[in-house]
Write a protein of this length. Structure first.
Length: 68
């Protein structure tokens, strides 16, 4: 599924910074195009589903809670 995002692009010293306005993600590059390409990759990685590195153990716990 494709989704559009807005990006603010500005210079910070020698670097171009691209910041997504909808999600708190930013990236940088030596050019505006590179900063935007890096931001696109960062957003794609942000929305990838998590992959566990180890099989999780599912446990059941019992907790006594007081009446509100």
């Amino acid at each position: 599924m494709k989704q559009k995002f807005s990006a603010s692009v500005f210079r910070e010293g020698d670097w171009h910074v691209a910041q997504c306005l909808e999600v708190d993600i930013a990236s940088q590059g030596e050019s505006e195009d590179e900063a935007l390409a890096n931001l696109k990759e960062a957003i794609e990685l942000h929305f990838e589903p998590p992959v566990p590195t180890a099989e999780p153990k599912i446990k059941t716990i019992e907790v006594e809670v007081g009446a509100a």
